[in-house]
Design a protein around this ligand. Sequence first.
Ligand code: NDP
Length: 288
Amino acid sequence: MAAEIISGKELAQTKRNEIALEVQKLSQEGIVPGLAVLLVGNDPASRSYVKGKDKACKETGIHSLMLEYPETITEEFLLGEIDRLNQDPSIHGILVQLPLPNSINETAVIESISPEKDVDGFHPINIGRMMTGQDAFLPCTPFGIIEMVKSKQISIEGKHVVVVGRSNIVGKPVGQLFLKENATVTYCHSRTANLKEMTLQADILVAAVGKANFLPGDYIKEGAVVIDVGVNRLESTGKLVGDVVFEEAKEKASYITPVPGGVGPMTITMLLHNTVQSAKNFALLSRK
Ligand code: NDP
């Protein structure tokens, strides 16, 4: 039986329509959510991600401030720019597109963003708040994944979630969010012994490895929910593919996310969501 596709593209559109309505309502109260996106250097992939964020902001009525800097800027200069945006009342979210040039310390940059404006959810304060179950900006990709699973009324409680990948931006936080939903979570990584034995136990399998077609169909349990986070461009054809062999996996899974059109569009959507949430938080604070 072929799996049902969880279309991130469709869900993202529905959510963006809701966000646009909310932004419209807030604007009537004089609150215009604002997102600043900082791009350092000329990496084509980063530039295309940043453009996508700008376009999505414009479509939903969020004020988008795109700031581009040459690769030669110093860390001190960038920290100064972030400090200025931290103080700017028209900006509710600050995102620094990663990776940064080697001359700039990424950790120092992320930690310089005010946690109240860290709509990417990468600041250690937000990560700590998330881990301890407090209100926090959730990192956008993991947040989008949970929303996709919930959109199909797939029950998470008591399920065995196997996450392949343990990066700070995807693997680790997505496991935490599933844990919060009362799943039993196993993390796998490059040193995991018997990966196949692990993935075959997954009721929900999250692939966040970054290797094209890394997980074939025989790594997937019959009826599993498969979330493919990977975005890999095939050198031979230029085609975008995930970490999972889609054609094989869809014959085993009950639900599967495609690449492209799966997790990707949801990531930007949750960024918009977090920016609107931040604007509402600031508005509440100013009324106190
Ligand atoms: P990282 O490179 O930071 O992490 C990759 C993870 O995969 C690591 O934890 C690594 O293990 C693990 N890994 C590597 N090789 C193996 C192996 N042979 N067996 C098991 N595990 C392995 O990548 P990211 O988490 O940043 O991204 C993962 C993918 O998701 C990429 O394709 C990226 O483009 C995509 N992505 C997509 C987003 C979206 O919006 N759709 C957003 C963010 C990322 P170890 O820790 O041991 O090295």
